[in-house]
Design a protein around this ligand. Structure first.
Ligand SMILES: Nc1ncnc2c1ncn2[C@@H]1O[C@H](COP(=O)(O)OP(=O)(O)OP(=O)(O)O)[C@@H](O)[C@H]1O
Ligand code: SF4
Ligand SMILES: [Mg+2]
Length: 333
């Protein structure tokens, strides 16, 4: 390991650092199913998240956002690469070794209903997290449950009700209360608002912001809606076909996008002002996203990029700093 990479791993301001992370899913193909191919869902990505920061992760469906989140929390075993949480390499820890860290990293999902046991009361759903980790019992347990319900904008009386008695937004709040029960430091939010009505989305996002401030939380916020991601994130990472193509501060990404793919994504965001909307040129992405089983050689975006040259299909561009930590991978930069 060289000195530069050592420094990368030892930055105390970073709660999470991932380095060259890969997650390949083996699949069997062919008549006799004897040939194993791999879905390269996450293919060599590196980024860090500072303590108390929110990193937004965006990109088209299937680009590997959820797989990145699930691999970081070790729901999936990484194929290669390193995951450092608060300076500790957790990429190869056994389930037993991971136990003390499991509480510190929580995940909330797009469909909270699927993750909430319909036969348990809300109080027991939240209390279960406390029980598993022996965090509280008796009166103290009840008090913590009531406190958590208040924190997420629900009523302590809701503890005796069942998940089906709540709206989608309220269920997401229950999922967040359950995640908070174990006092996490880092929460991976995987499209937590995508299934909610637009009016409710802002409420949940604001609540996540308030909780972050109150509890000093760090977030990885995965989402489709770029406007919402800008609002909640300090920095934004853009993924394409299993790779990170650009990462920078939120305003920088919106005002100075560098990668042709980021530019195309941003050009598709609706503008409420009709005059501005007429002036803005929408960049249409031609063709489908290629298969992550056989991604294109060179730059993965070359089959859809309006600026692609011969070099793009032969040589893979590397991430480079184009100023003040704004990183992007494109031969044009
Ligand atoms: N368990 C799995 N086995 C095989 N392939 C998988 C598995 N999970 C995900 N994939 C594949 O990995 C790629 C990335 O999927 P992932 O769910 O991470 O994308 P995503 O960016 O979260 O998409 P979305 O925006 O639709 O949620 C996709 O091609 C997907 O089909
Ligand atoms: S490297 Fe080439 S194909 Fe890739 S984004 Fe840049 S110009 Fe387009
Ligand atoms: Mg996903």
């Amino acid at each position: 390991m060289n000195k530069t990479s050592l420094r990368f791993y030892k930055n105390k301001n970073n709660l999470l650092e991932i380095k060259d992370l890969k997650k390949y899913f083996p699949i069997k193909k062919g008549f006799l199913a004897n040939k194993i191919q791999y879905v390269k869902a996450v293919d060599n990505i590196s980024f860090h998240i500072k303590k108390g920061e929110t990193l937004g992760l965006v990109g088209e469906s299937g680009c590997g956002k959820s797989t990145t989140g699930r691999t970081i929390i070790r729901l999936y075993e990484p194929t290669d690469g390193k995951i450092f949480f608060d300076g500790v390499d957790i990429s190869n820890l056994s389930e037993k070794e991971l136990q003390p860290i499991r509480n510190k990293i929580q995940m909330i999902f797009q469909d909270p209903y699927a993750c909430l046991n319909s036969r348990m009361t809300v109080g027991d759903i939240i209390g279960e997290a406390l029980d598993i980790h022996n965090l509280a019992s008796g009166k103290q347990r009840t008090e913590i449950i009531h406190d958590l319900l208040s924190k997420v904008g629900l009523n302590p009386d809701h503890a005796i009700r069942y998940p089906h008695e709540f709206s989608g937004g309220q269920r997401q709040r229950i999922g967040i209360a359950r995640a908070l029960a174990v006092k996490p430091e880092f929460i991976i939010c995987d499209e937590p608002i995508s299934a909610l009505d637009v009016s409710i989305q802002a409420q949940v996002v604001n609540m996540l912001g308030d909780l972050q401030e109150e509890l000093g939380l760090t977030y990885l916020f995965i989402a489709h809606d770029l406007s919402m991601v800008r609002y909640i994130s300090d920095r934004i990472g853009v993924m394409y076909l299993g790779q990170l193509v650009e990462i920078a501060g939120s305003d920088e990404i919106f005002e100075n996008p560098a990668h042709p793919y980021t530019k195309a994504l941003l050009s598709a965001i609706p503008i409420p002002d009709p005059d501005q909307s007429k002036i803005r040129k929408r960049i249409l992405l031609e063709g489908d996203v290629p298969s992550p089983i056989n991604p294109p050689n060179g730059c993965r975006f070359c089959t859809r990029c309006a600026y692609a040259t011969k070099k793009c299909s032969e040589i893979e561009p590397v991430m480079k700093d184009i100023g003040s930590g704004h990183m992007a991978s494109c031969h044009l930069l």
